[in-house]
Design a protein. Structure first.
Lengths: 454, 449
């Protein structure tokens, strides 16, 4: 087996392994490197494990509310150890699945840390595990790491990131979460459901930066009602072990947890992979790419978190696909205006496209309509005592759908349809021709669309 | 007796029709009621029946030709009968298509050979190098292009003179990018055309892929949106030139005194006697402030029907930064010593370059007069633009050697600093402005601190 390949992929996460699948399906000889585990952060320490945990929390919630639906479930409790074990099982299964996909794509998998050595003419050399591999094309998907800001007193052995918190053996009684973004909010939801006392410290005036502000406020209101404690516009100034000192309204406050979770963002992995050896243009914010996912070096591409733009697994996969399409000479270009984002808390949040505030900030003239979930019959049938709403953002002049934002129930599974509306550049009158199944919660999108004048 | 076949007139306003396919060829026997050919107007296509029996003796127009209504398009009769009396205009259809006009025509039997051009051009290829005005397209083809949602400018026409026909559009529909409904609506509403590069779903032309000009010519530039700062500067400069009556006077000032002063201060600075390294610009600004105190009518703002006469000198300095031109002010500059002025000028220029200058200091209303020094760049003379509502601006230029009277009938070279004063003639007259400029020159030439 010689070490000459058509495509070398650094990173076996959602960008890398999907690209390997697509390239392999078209007959390219692929070698894919990962220093930890196939599936990357998403599969091992991110998306999949957290969704598995949150599902257990959802089952617990449903069981506890069973009486509302005329079911007597007796006493219901959560077994933290069992929940974590199941999460590990799911992760193992899916990692094996990715391995099977790589076999099917006839891609060589190298479980070693890869470093770009050099580029001579058309040949790129990668070193991994003491061996040299050569390829005519390179795709860099080295992903991202949890950002650790230089807070005085921060001891990385005492503070958890998403990686360590997923390996906890016992349920903490108190949990302090620094950062009220998506990751922080999902962990807050899960641990609170398990019985932990959760405190969230957020620097901005509202949690879930990027999500429609009304939706973020709605979720925070719901979480506060359940007993999660929030400190907004609070800046962490110091850590003493597991005591967190923060400044709010000009005063210094302190809160201590059995565990402290740091979830203030993610940093692209641009160092230590040899980018300088071939002159790839990058900054601490990520590797610079064009709409075809090309870097400044011919035949070198980048996809996923390492490009630092949209740090989502599905964006990563699509970027990987755009890169492979470009390699194969197929016309394809990456677009970012219809990338869905989901927060898997309960209630779920799902949105795509421009929020009302983002549109105004960009000077885009829009009209917005909003309806409560109560307008969808099935929501009432299946969500006793719960609430939610749908917001649709439309361009004022041409009535094209620019954004759809939902909170409530299991709205994550219906947002892809809204992505389709936006990608096809459908106007209100076009979208009104689409038939939605009845009764479904998704009909709320249709109802909201019909609130606009055509 | 042979009879002509006439192109019918379909409707009052129709002047011409496009000849479609011929069902019969010359030499064929036709019966009354047989379909001879089809033709199209911009509204519809029609089929023409033979009005009588006979042999199709001649065909004057080929498929794709534009035919004036009521022209003779063919002749039906008995074999051997003459057709020349029916021939329209003396110029044959094939001769037209071949691009040459001749009066002598070959025998009628050869007339139904299709024009070489329409045979050779494959329909559906992209047309290069045509501006919107040059594109010839049949109304029906235009309609079809709209139905398919494709940009017809990019379709190669197979009709006469490259005219795009419906069949060309239909052939191209498979290969050219389609527009989304939004893009189609926007293109029509704003008069835009699809660009060559498409970025929407499935290679479609999306709303973001529409351009104002013919995309074929638009390839060799990149559109870069202006930064906010650039927009502000653009607006201010344009407004200044549009809303004032500015002109520039140039004068040279003997720079020997000022250069000697600079040398002296440099020595003092190096010896630690003064805290600042005084630059030529500092000295010039110092001189300008003195001149302004003698010419209060220049230390003013022009506000349409009145002028603000400032009691103090607020000196604006033009500073070049990465993001563009900034003009911060040193307030009450006439209260400052030379060292103080030097410190202020340097400090405020530094703040501009760093990006942390107080925005109040950048307002043109904050300064009463501005100095713009391009001496370091080697500019010998220029026409600076006034920072309205100020009345004037002094451009300081490079020091160049010029012949001078060194005294006692001896001529030699002396260093001269160019001074370019732009003033608003609505506020000041030429004489005043010149006297002011002369005052600056004299202050510079005789500067003592």
């Amino acid at each position: 087996m010689n070490n000459q390949f058509d495509l070398a992929i650094i990173g076996g996460g959602p960008a890398g392994y999907v690209a390997a699948e697509r390239a392999g399906a078209k007959g390219l000889r692929v070698v894919i490197f990962d220093k930890r585990a196939l599936g990357g952060v998403c599969l091992n320490e991110g998306c999949i494990p957290t969704k598995t945990l949150l599902n257990s929390a959802k089952v617990l919630e449903t069981a506890r509310e069973a009486a509302l639906y005329g079911i007597h479930a007796g006493s219901v409790s959560a077994d933290f150890e069992k929940i974590m074990k199941r999460k590990d099982k799911v992760v193992r299964k899916l990692v094996a699945g990715v391995g099977a996909k790589m076999k099917h794509a006839k891609a060589e998998v190298v479980m070693d840390e890869a470093v770009i050595k050099e580029k001579r003419g058309t040949v790129i050399t990668i070193t991994a595990g003491g061996k040299d591999y050569q390829a005519t094309r390179l795709l860099i998907c080295s992903g991202s790491e949890a950002a650790v800001p230089p807070i005085p007193g921060l001891d990385s052995r005492q503070v958890l990131t998403n990686r360590e918190i997923l390996r906890l053996k016992g349920l903490p009684k108190n949990l302090v979460i620094i950062g009220g973004g998506v990751i922080g909010s999902e962990f807050a939801d899960f641990f609170h459901a398990m019985g932990t006392q959760v405190t969230v410290i957020e620097m901005l005036p509202e949690i879930l930066n990027g999500v429609d502000e009304e939706i973020a406020a709605f979720v925070r209101g719901e979480f506060t009602r359940r007993g999660i404690c929030y400190h907004l516009q609070a800046k962490v100034t110091r850590l003493n072990g597991k005591e967190v000192l923060f400044e709010k309204d000009g005063q210094v406050h302190s809160v201590t947890g059995d565990e402290v979770l740091l979830s203030v963002g993610r940093r692209p992995n641009v160092t230590g992979i040899g980018l300088e050896n071939i002159g790839v243009e990058f900054s601490p914010r990520g590797i610079k790419i064009d709409p075809c996912c090309r870097t400044n070096i011919p035949n070198v591409y980048a996809a996923g978190d390492v490009t630092g733009f949209s740090l989502l697994a599905h964006t990563a996969s699509r970027e990987g696909e755009v890169a492979v399409n470009h390699m194969l000479g197929r016309k394809d270009v990456m677009r970012y205006h219809a990338i869905p984002s989901v927060v898997y808390t309960h209630p779920e949040i799902a949105g795509v496209g421009l929020t009302e505030s983002a549109a105004r900030a960009q000077g885009v003239d829009v009209e917005v309509r909003r309806l409560p979930m109560a307008y969808a019959g099935r929501f009432i049938a299946e969500n006793e005592g719960k609430d939610g709403f749908c917001k649709v953002v439309v361009g004022k002049k041409y009535r094209e759908i620019l954004g759809v934002h939902l909170v409530g129930g299991a709205c994550s599974e219906m947002i892809w349809g809204a992505c389709g509306l936006i990608e096809a550049q459908l106007r209100v009158q076009d979208a009104q021709e689409i038939v939605f199944p009845h009764p479904t919660v998704s009909e709320i999108i249709r109802e909201t669309v019909f609130q606009f004048d055509v | 007796m042979a009879t002509p076949v006439i192109m019918p007139r379909q409707g009052q306003s129709v002047e011409t029709c496009i000849m479609g396919e011929w069902n019969k060829k010359t030499g064929d026997q036709v019966k009354a009621g047989d379909i001879l050919f089809s033709y199209e107007t911009d509204k519809a296509s029609f089929e023409e029946e033979a009005k009588e029996d006979g042999e199709l003796l001649a065909i004057f127009y080929q498929e794709g030709d534009e035919v004036p209504v009521l022209s003779n398009v063919a002749v039906i009769g008995r074999k051997g009968e003459g057709v020349e009396e029916f021939r329209p205009g003396g110029v044959s259809a094939s001769a037209q298509a071949a691009g040459s006009a001749t009066d002598e025509q070959p025998a009628s039997a050869t007339m139904d050979v299709a024009a070489p051009e329409s045979d050779q051009k494959p329909a559906g290829r992209r047309a290069e190098g045509k501006s919107p005005g040059e594109i010839r397209i049949s109304p029906r083809a235009k309609l079809r292009a709209g139905q398919f949602g494709i940009p017809y400018e990019q379709v190669e026409g197979s009709g006469p003179h490259g005219r795009i026909l419906a069949r060309d559009v239909e052939a191209a529909a498979g290969t050219l990018p389609h527009l989304t409904t939004l893009a189609r609506e926007k293109a029509e509403a704003e008069g835009l055309t699809p660009a060559k590069e498409t970025t929407a779903l499935g290679g479609r032309t999306g709303a973001a892929d529409l351009v104002a000009t013919n995309p074929v010519y638009g390839d060799d530039y990149e559109v870069k949106k202006l930064s906010n700062m650039r927009k502000l500067i653009a607006r201010a400069m344009h407004q200044s030139l549009q809303n004032s009556a500015q002109l520039t006077h140039h004068m040279g000032a003997d720079a020997r005194q000022i250069m000697a002063l600079r040398k002296r201060f440099k020595k003092k600075y190096e010896a630690g006697e003064i805290s600042r390294n005084i630059t030529i610009n500092d000295l010039v600004c110092y001189a300008v402030i003195r001149a302004l105190r003698k010419f209060p009518q220049v230390n003013t703002h022009f506000t349409g029907d009145s002028m603000r006469w400032f009691r103090k000198v607020h000196l604006g300095l033009a500073v070049d930064t990465d993001r563009g031109l900034m003009v911060p002010v040193v307030k009450n500059a006439d209260d400052l010593s030379l060292e103080g002025l030097s410190g202020q000028l340097s400090s405020v220029a530094g703040q501009c370059r760093k990006g942390n200058v107080d925005p109040e200091l950048l307002k043109p209303e904050s300064a009463s007069f501005t100095v713009s020094n391009l001496g370091n760049y080697g500019v010998e003379m220029f026409t600076p633009v006034i920072n309205l509502p100020q009345t004037a601006i002094l451009g300081v230029c490079a020091i160049v050697p010029r012949p001078a009277d060194l005294g006692g009938g001896v001529y030699g070279f002396a260093p001269f600093m160019g001074l370019s004063l732009t003033y608003d003639h609505r506020a000041l007259d030429g004489g005043e402005a010149t006297l002011f400029l002369k005052e600056i020159k004299e202050q510079i030439e005789n500067l003592s601190v």
